[in-house]
Design a protein around this ligand. Structure first.
Ligand code: NAD
Ligand code: WQD
Length: 338
């Protein structure tokens, strides 16, 4: 089976390409490298001992997409390509709506033309309304997003659901990721954010290695066991395996289906810092600062539907996530740049 992976050079995409190659799938990647490095794909191929086909270009480019679908017999598409920085989306909304919506519109147009209608989309737990009770189920309320990034995920879910309802030949999986962290156990591929990290784990690893002076913990007065925010952190390799399960589901079904990809367990920011320090025997200096605008106290998944229907379940624990994130950081102190 041949899978087209948009955004395949990125953090989650690179780990997914590796799991696909391990699973015996043929992999075709399209990525404009706006937030990634081609070295990631070289390392994926070295780890797999197999090659993939790479097209460098923009997913909004209809001519490029048409060429790919002419040259490759694509059985299923995994659509990762998108911009993902929440704060940046507030200051550059047009860029986020343009990139995240027009990639999907161009891709589905060309898939329709080519008669290739199996699609998996990278959605996010951010589509859930903040007032839901935990754990979040796929049927929990969505909408009321607090930033343009979240709206692009919400709108893309609407677009793909509409397309799928209009033409039952489509098979669409909307995968709502919780908080992916960690890296492949080899330490060869991992998360390589540009500039100051927005997310917790890369901030922790960069602090531990001395690139940042100290971690700022955003608030310790939430209604949680220790007052810091609680999230459902999931190992990126588990997440990647969830995509392989979703490919098998998508090609065997029709219609649109939503799945949470999380562990079902919530950990606080202090749990993360303490586990990281313990597992890796390294210190992470931190200070408590004000809450970050837009953050909620607690967010975690009910992953039961994914286990039941995809036959997939996260297997790695917090210690694995902390160890693998640190291994990647130590082996690549400056990310792929070095
Ligand atoms: P990433 O930035 O590492 O990967 C995205 C990739 O898409 C990059 O390689 C980038 O160069 C490419 N890209 C972006 N716009 C493109 C375009 N127009 N044409 C071609 N390539 C383009 O991000 P990631 O963490 O791997 O996330 C992958 C997807 O998962 C994104 O859609 C993101 O919104 C979604 N997601 C991520 C998280 C997370 O915490 N990392 C959580 C939920 C959802
Ligand atoms: C986790 C916890 C912070 C950084 C974001 C997006 C979401 C999804 C995943 C794409 C929170 C705290 C963080 C720091 C801290 N991405 N924190 N100091 O906010 O749950 O989700 O990434 O879809 O859409 O919003 O993840 O890693 O930023 O924060 O104290 O320097 O760590 O307050 O409690 P978040 P995060």
């Amino acid at each position: 089976m041949r899978i087209l992976v948009t955004g395949g050079a990125g953090y989650i995409g690179s780990h997914t390409c590796l799991e696909l190659l391990h699973g015996g799938y043929d992999v075709v990647v399209v990525d404009n490298l706006c937030n990634s490095n081609p070295v990631a794909l070289e390392r994926v191929q070295a780890l797999a001992g197999k090659s993939l086909t790479f097209y460098q270009g923009d997913v909004r480019d209809l001519a490029l997409l048409r060429r790919i679908f002419q040259e490759q017999e694509i059985d299923c598409v995994i659509h990762f390509a998108g911009l993902k920085a929440v704060g940046e989306s507030v200051s550059q909304p047009w860029r986020y709506y343009d990139n995240n919506l027009n990639t999907t519109l161009a891709l589905t147009k060309v898939m329709e033309e080519a008669g290739r209608k199996n699609l998996i989309f990278s959605s996010s737990a951010t589509v859930y309304t903040a007032s839901n009770t935990m754990p979040l189920q796929e049927t929990s309320q969505t909408g009321g997003c607090t930033n343009p990034y979240g709206w692009t995920k919400f709108m893309t879910e609407q677009i793909l659901s509409g397309i799928s309802h209009a033409d039952p030949a489509w098979s669409v999986c909307l995968l709502r990721y919780f908080n992916p962290i960690g890296a492949h156990e080899s330490g060869q591929i991992g998360e390589d954010p540009r500039g100051i990290p927005n997310n917790l784990m890369p901030y922790i690893t960069q602090t531990a290695i001395g690139r940042r002076e100290r971690l700022s913990i955003f608030g310790d007065d939430y209604d949680t066991p220790d007052g810091t925010g609680v999230r459902d952190y999931i190992h990126v390799v588990d997440l990647a395996k969830g995509h392989v399960a979703a490919v098998n589901y998508t090609v065997a079904h029709q219609g649109v289906e939503v799945f949470n990809l999380g562990t079902g367990k919530g950990y606080s920011v202090l749990d993360m810092v303490n586990t990281f320090q313990q597992v890796n025997q390294v210190s992470v200096p931190y200070q408590i600062v004000a809450r970050r605008p837009g953050d909620i106290a607690t967010c975690y998944a009910d992953p039961e539907k994914s286990e039941r229907m995809l036959g997939w379940k996260a297997e790695k624990d917090l210690a694995d996530m902390c160890r693998d994130a640190w291994n990647w950081q130590c082996k690549n102190p400056q990310g792929y740049q070095a």
